[in-house]
Design a protein. Structure first.
Length: 425
């Protein structure tokens, strides 16, 4: 069979030269449905799926590193055929899909690479209506969604993040840069875009465990207020600021950005905008305009994508980031314009987050046994799937990180971008 041709075959496993007994109708229906899905989706690469009936489905053109998986039962096979976007992750979590050749990364990279060859699906009015419901994110829902992910044990995050607990895209300035160094570079890059001067006030929306806020206070002499909805992150951030002698320059609050009342010289938001929800974009940028001084500067650092997709990836939305969404710039800019803000700079970081996620999943795998003692094996499988799937999104599915610099005045920042590199240096 030509390696250039797309192929898919289904064959029974034979034992001792005898054909396997005839399949039951449900088995036949399931195998046929899954076979059609694989033929439609997998055009390149080599994927083998061993069914519980004993049959083997093969898909792809035979190129590249082969991947072979086994399905535990017919229910798993039917779930994958009916709703693969949710079903594969659930089956992996439950141990209903096992690998016989290759790794989980190989499997998801193979699937993601093939999906990148397909045009994005069109979404109708019903999908857009559901988005408004799913991403409403009022104050109560926002707290629940944040607690779902960010109130997990700090010991978990310490086992795969950098020393400063930066849970967002690092900035790899040069090849071969390690994760910790790249996270320092990210903070330095953001500080340069903020044009910070000693004594200025900064609002950090979605401050996490406080690393960026403390860096801005220590290195730039700023007075920083960090807000978060996570009780666990708040406690850790306050403890870290106290231990570093920064309690008089850094204040952390458990507060919704919509309820902040003071004005600030600078506003920064890193890895939080993804949780705002499309229905709240106007409220978010109106809040930035309201909280920023007349000569102030804001920088929003967030995950986006190169097209409008309407909804989150279903497995990610259900198990990892409920209420989250990665927008296209075309969905954001109208809200910025209506808020009366200047877009003074936009920078797109393309593969920086892919490299960040690769570092995280490698650290997670190294410390998997310890993480399993904190939770259990199912939790580890869920997080392995999350980290691999997220990296695939940045390598194959049009995801990126954007940094948008905003101001209220046209002359609030220099006329050229040279100051960013000078300030970072």
């Amino acid at each position: 069979m030509s390696s250039q041709a797309s192929w898919i075959a289904s064959q029974p496993v034979r034992s001792g030269g005898q054909a396997r007994p005839a399949r039951r109708p449900f088995e036949s229906l399931t195998a046929a449905a899954l076979g059609r899905l694989l033929k439609r989706l997998i055009r390149t690469g080599s994927l083998t799926v061993a069914l519980p009936s004993g049959e083997v489905l093969q898909a792809g053109d035979g190129a590249g590193e082969p991947v072979r998986i086994r399905l535990r039962d017919n229910r798993t096979a039917w779930r994958l055929a009916l709703y693969p976007g949710l079903g594969l992750g659930e089956a992996w979590m439950d141990g209903d899909v096992t690998l016989e050749q290759g790794t989980l990364w190989n499997l998801l990279d193979l699937v993601g690479g093939n999906l990148s060859l397909r045009p994005p699906p069109r979404r109708g009015r019903l999908a857009r209506l559901w988005r408004r419901i799913e991403q409403a994110n009022d104050r109560a829902a926002a707290r629940r969604n944040v607690a779902h992910h960010y109130d997990l044990s700090l010991d978990l995050y310490r086992r795969f993040l950098d020393a400063d607990l930066q849970y967002s895209c690092a900035y790899f300035e040069r090849p071969g840069m390690g994760l910790d160094e790249a996270q320092v570079a990210k903070k330095r890059h953001l500080a340069a875009k903020l044009l910070l001067e000693p004594g200025q006030t900064v609002l950090d929306i979605g401050c996490g465990w406080g690393g960026l806020a403390m860096t801005l206070a220590e290195d730039a002499g700023a007075r920083v207020t960090g807000v978060t909805l996570s009780g666990e992150q708040l406690a850790v951030a306050r403890e870290r600021a106290q231990s570093r002698g920064l309690a008089d320059r850094v204040e952390f609050r458990r507060q919704d950005y919509r309820d902040v009342e003071e004005t600030f010289d600078r506003i920064v938001s890193v890895g939080m905008f993804e949780h705002v929800g499309v229905p709240n974009y106007q409220a978010y940028f109106d809040a930035i305009a309201r909280l920023l001084t007349e000569d102030g500067v804001a920088v929003v650092h967030a995950i986006g994508q190169n097209r409008v997709s309407v909804s989150n990836q279903p497995w990610i939305g259900k198990y990892i980031f409920p209420g989250g969404y990665t927008p296209a710039l075309s969905e954001i800019l109208p809200a910025i314009e209506r808020a009366g803000l200047w877009v003074t700079d936009i920078e797109i970081l393309r593969l920086h987050y892919a490299e960040t996620l690769k570092a995280w999943r490698e650290r997670f795998e190294t410390n998997r046994a310890e993480i399993a003692t904190l939770y259990d094996d199912r939790f580890c499988r869920m997080w392995e799937f999350y980290l691999c799937l997220s990296e695939v999104a940045f390598r194959h599915r049009g995801c990126m990180v954007f940094q948008i610099q905003l101001s209220k005045r046209v002359d609030a920042v220099p006329l050229t971008r040279d100051y960013i590199h000078d300030a970072a240096a």
